[in-house]
Design a protein around this ligand. Structure first.
Ligand SMILES: [Mg+2]
Length: 305
């Protein structure tokens, strides 16, 4: 059996990963590290934001569980989600692949790029470079996306203030439940109930919340933002840590994906998946209580995807 993905690996690994980054940050005084993207000055009016994501076969994905088109989509989607988390607009991408012999001699690469480009076209992202190399066994994908935001206007993790309210852009736990279905032996191709297909697609083909981020940016009421890649529990912790605040979360207000209801009888179990599952790629953000009324018009947005 493989350790598959951050979300099913143990808490031990999660802590190890975060501590590793924190150690580098301190040891070499890396000031630009610690958000979803690095923010770089471009000109008097604009900042650039840049993010990198690494996906490794049998750690972050399994080829027998996904389709090449889905994987191409997801490789870009996870980076677009980081750009969205800064309130920025994605512009350019670089994609590098380490390809094993057997994958090279199949139609995989063509189909992978089809998936990648169909999402890129949706958000007007231009591929500007990358690299390709052979690897001995497992496919490796390195995705870099660059975006733009008005100077000084990137939404950081560090802007939350005491009294702010916490929001997410959609339902949580679906991606982790979809992964669990595949771990139980269900393959996407053979899935029947719409519920199972929907959950699995949340895992295999997540939709980055780029459009919602754009609208939130226009409203200018968001004080801090992060995307939910590791899980609400971890990502809220990151946001709190960078902002120097604590958070109170009410269990009955967490938007748990309704599709989980038939699969997990216990409410506790559903809540744990929504809290710790990860990979939902929704946005988690904070708004001062005084601005709440401007946000109320937004509740419909998620269903407009
Ligand atoms: Mg992120």
């Amino acid at each position: 059996l493989y350790e598959f993905n951050k979300l099913v690996s143990t808490q031990f690994f999660m802590v190890g990963e975060f501590e590793f980054i924190e150690k580098l940050r301190r040891k070499y005084s890396l000031g630009a590290i610690g958000d979803d993207c690095a923010v770089l000055p471009k000109d008097e009016k604009t900042d650039q934001v840049i993010t990198a994501d690494l996906l490794v076969e049998d750690i972050d994905f399994r080829l027998d569980w996904t389709k090449p088109e889905f994987l191409g989509h997801k490789a870009l989607a996870i980076s677009l989600s980081d750009i969205a988390a800064m309130g920025a607009e994605p512009k350019w991408a670089m994609l590098s692949l380490g390809i094993p012999e057997n994958v090279w001699h199949s139609d995989f690469i063509d189909r992978f790029y089809d998936g990648w480009f169909s999402l890129a076209d949706e958000f007007n992202v231009e591929l500007i470079g990358g690299d390709v190399s052979r690897v001995p066994e497992r496919l490796v994908i390195d995705s870099i996306v660059i975006g733009e935001v008005a100077k000084g206007k990137a939404i950081l993790r560090s802007g939350a203030r005491p009294g702010d309210l916490i929001f997410v852009t959609g339902k949580l736990g679906g991606a982790a439940a979809g992964l669990q279905l595949m771990k139980n032996g269900l393959s996407y191709e053979s899935m029947k109930p719409d519920r199972d297909i929907e959950l699995t697609l949340r895992q295999l083909q997540p939709l980055p919340q780029v459009n919602i981020a754009k609208l939130l940016k226009i409203q200018a009421i968001v004080t801090s933002m992060i995307d939910i890649s590791d899980g609400l529990s971890s990502d809220l912790m990151h946001l709190c840590k960078e902002s120097g605040v604590g958070a109170k979360v009410y269990a009955d207000r967490i938007p748990v994906d309704e599709n989980l209801r038939d699969l997990y009888r216990s409410e506790q179990e559903r809540l744990e998946i929504a809290l710790n599952g990860g990979e939902d790629f929704e946005l988690l953000f904070t708004v001062p209580e005084a601005q709440l009324s401007s946000l109320n018009t937004w509740t419909f947005l998620r269903s407009a995807r």
